[in-house]
Design a protein around this ligand. Structure first.
Ligand code: PEP
Ligand code: MG
Length: 569
């Protein structure tokens, strides 16, 4: 009898192969203290270990092709160079007489604890990176060669307690057909890598690694969230057919991805990508993006040890603009604060940071920082189709103030003879209740809207987007959210302007037809989802979807909306 085990879907797809059980070594940390004479020796041990791991990463960077793996390698190099990391370890040796292993382990644990406590998914991932580099550095200190997945004899599905970024970056990608891990969440590195490699993955499987011997034949179903161990003949047959169909679907989408997203009756939409850096943009272009609907610039600030200068930012924005040619690049100005902090700036302690000193509020209060970014954006706008977007707007005043600053900066650039796009668009994110209600007024001062459903749903439903206890309430299909979206789109259209969406909802393929029918002009989301969103638009009739959307707007609760959409799709 086959054994079906459930997991959280981290990456879609289906594969059949033998299971490969990957158990990492447990490192036992020496807890003894050292004498004063030995301090230098232990500091040297740490320095050698860090530099040896840095050299390994350097070698990997030169020989790796996969963009997502390169992202990991570069992120690890950066973290290894973080003076806070190295200095904290050294201080523990110097001031507390801790040995090299103990000092490293304690430092890593502290950093992981701080990062894991944050709600921001991106920063949570950084905790995994610290755990990972900690493990690699400790292996170097202890002279242990860690097991890896770089040489596999045959195609397999990896089963493990967890997979660290370096496990996935080292693995033999030709042979790995899927992963299933005890730990990990939807947004962990392993999920991102699996999506990038386009292989199925399940995470949060609790104790799968203890219940598997390895070598069993299995089916991993990343669409249903199940791992079928020792499948029956019938199950194998059915899944082989499904795999064949998925292959055909992928080949079909490959042809669709670069087409214009035009409905059967001629409405043209844009299908764009959300990015956080240049590497993401490369992946987005490979997936046929029509532009970038959201460049989250806060990562540029968070990955630095100082507020990035105008020049540093200009280089990045210019490169991204040039990579896109005529296609639009919508750059969101600094969305910092809330739970997104900066190592080099002390944000005030707040009772409700999500409702606090953040995003446009922070920028208008720190005009020197804001001006550096806006000037960099203006200068980069000379190279293509760059648009500026303000986050977390609640009033026309915030846009007016920004426009005044922009005008001053433009005058300066004129005086200096520096080129920029004089008609650069300034739009806003609609992600607060105030911005929905005031949409008719806000659009007077905005060239476009982009709906940030991640926050809009949170504020409309008074429901924390990261709180698992109320995750069943947090639902983009809630009629209050759907009506808000409709209202915002209508107000922009009345003013002859366009509305996009850059929250996750825009790349939820269950919602594509509905959003099309509500009149959305631009869908911006995860690169891997873009071809499917485009395909749905290409095969839809806008007028029909418009009628369907009207029936949805009349429904009373979320269940009705979901049922009706499921039937319709
Ligand atoms: C949003 O709120 O929908 C959004 C895109 O912004 P972020 O997820 O970065 O808050
Ligand atoms: Mg937001």
């Amino acid at each position: 009898m086959s054994n079906k085990l459930k997991g959280i879907i981290a990456s879609n797809g289906v594969a059949i192969a033998k299971l490969f059980l990957f158990n990492k070594e447990e490192l036992v940390i020496d807890k003894s203290n050292i004498s004063d004479q030995d301090k230098d020796l232990h500091i040297k041990k740490v320095e050698d270990a860090i530099s040896s791991y840095f050299n390994d990463l350097d070698y990997k960077e030169k020989n790796e092709q996969n963009e997502e793996v390169l992202n990991i390698v570069r992120a690890h190099k950066e973290l290894l160079q973080d003076p806070y990391f190295v200095d904290t370890i050294k201080e523990k040796i110097q001031n507390e007489n801790k040995n090299a292993e103990l000092a490293t382990n304690e430092t890593v644990e502290q950093m992981v604890m701080v990062m894991s406590a944050l709600e921001d998914e991106y920063l949570k991932e950084r905790a995994d990176d610290y755990k990972d580099i900690g493990f690699q550095v400790l292996c170097k200190i202890k002279n242990v060669v860690p097991k890896d997945l770089s040489k596999l004899d045959e195609e397999c599905i990896i089963i493990s307690k967890e997979l660290t970024p370096s496990d996935t970056s080292n693995m033999d990608k030709e042979k790995v057909l899927g992963f299933a891990t005890d730990l990990g969440g939807k947004t962990s590195h392993v999920s991102i890598i699996a999506q990038n490699l386009d292989i199925p993955a399940l995470v949060g499987m609790q104790d799968v690694s203890s219940n598997i011997k390895g070598e069993e034949l299995a089916i991993i179903d990343g669409n249903q969230g199940i791992l079928i161990v020792d499948p029956s003949e019938k199950e194998i047959e059915d899944y082989k057919n499904l795999i064949e169909k998925e292959k055909e679907e992928k080949q079909r989408l490959e042809k669709v991805k670069n087409l214009e997203a035009k409905t059967l009756d001629g409405k043209v939409c844009e299908v764009s990508a959300n990015i956080g850096n240049i590497e993401d943009l490369k992946v987005a272009i490979e997936h046929g993006c029509d532009g970038v609907g959201l460049f989250r610039t806060e990562f540029l600030y968070m990955e630095n040890d100082h507020f990035p200068t105008e020049e540093e930012q200009y280089e990045v924005y210019k490169e991204a603009t040039q990579m896109l040619g005529e296609k639009p690049l919508v750059v969101r100005t600094l969305d910092i604060g809330g739970d997104k902090g900066l190592d080099y700036y002390d944000f005030p302690k707040e009772e409700n940071p999500f409702l606090g000193y953040r995003a446009i509020r922070f920028c208008l209060d720190h005009q020197d920082i804001f001006k550096d970014q806006l000037r960099a954006l203006l200068r980069a706008s000379a190279y293509g189709n760059l648009k500026i977007m303000l986050p977390f707007v609640i009033s026309t005043d915030e846009i007016k103030q920004t426009r005044i600053i922009l005008e001053e900066l433009k005058k300066d650039l004129d005086k200096e003879g520096i080129a920029y796009n004089k008609d650069i668009d300034l739009g806003i994110m609609v992600e607060t209740s105030a911005s929905i209600i005031m949409a008719d007024k806000l659009i007077k001062y905005s060239d476009f809207f982009s709906i940030g459903t991640n926050d809009l749903t949170q504020y409309t439903l008074a429901c924390d987007r990261g709180n698992e206890n109320i995750s069943d309430i947090y639902n983009n299909f809630n009629p209050a959210v759907i009506r808000s979206i409709k209202h915002v789109i209508d107000e922009s259209h009345k003013a002859g302007k366009w509305t996009g969406m850059c929250g996750q909802f825009a790349s939820d393929t269950k919602a594509t037809k509905l959003l099309l029918g509500l009149g959305l002009d631009e869908f911006s989301g995860s690169a891997s989802k873009l071809p499917k969103v485009k395909d749905i638009i290409l095969n839809s009739n806008f007028k029909e979807e418009e009628k369907f959307a009207l029936t949805i707007l009349d429904l009373e609760d979320v269940k009705d909306v979901e049922e009706s959409i499921e039937k319709h799709n």
